[in-house]
Design a binder for this molecule. Structure first.
Ligand code: FES
Length: 150
């Protein structure tokens, strides 16, 4: 085990884990930030998406030892207000079905909106292509992104 200090949601958080522990498990098991979900563990589904220095990244594929001083943002730290516009839109439009993948969906959507504040359908589909939803809520996800961009 080794000690690391991670910058998570604006705070320095100490973790004591093996160097190759995926960030996902440090967040969930050590820091109790369980909003970030485990789906596949092989970087294929997007359920574990967080932001690293503002860019979407798959927490299951990032060893804790590789993080350094980079800023990690999880769904819990997405917005200092009560609800991020995406979370508001998700609620208004009942976007989730089972909900399991939705934190990852929102983190990817948030990064998209920073890059394209008024994204087209094509930009949404392109940005969101790596986030899988077994309930196939893709149409509502797209609508939610448009709502949040208004
Ligand atoms: Fe990380 Fe699926 S759990 S991409």
């Amino acid at each position: 085990m080794s000690k690391y200090t991670l910058n998570v949601n604006g705070k320095a958080r100490a973790v004591d884990v093996e160097a190759d522990t995926p960030l996902l498990w440090a967040l969930r098991d050590t820091l109790g930030l369980v909003g970030t979900k485990y789906g596949c563990g092989i970087g294929a589904c997007g359920a574990c998406t967080v932001h690293v220095d503002g860019q979407p990244a798959r927490a299951c594929q990032l060893p804790v030892s590789s993080i350094g001083k980079r800023r990690i943002t999880t769904i819990e730290g997405l917005d200092a207000r009560a609800m991020h516009p995406l979370q508001q839109a998700w609620t208004e439009l009942d976007v989730p079905q089972c909900g399991y993948c939705q934190a990852g969906q929102i983190m990817t959507a948030c990064a998209l909106l920073k890059q394209h504040p008024k994204p087209t359908d094509a930009q949404i589909d392109d940005a969101m292509a790596g986030n899988l939803c077994r309930c196939a809520t893709y149409v509502r996800i797209r609508a939610g992104i448009h709502r949040a961009a208004d």
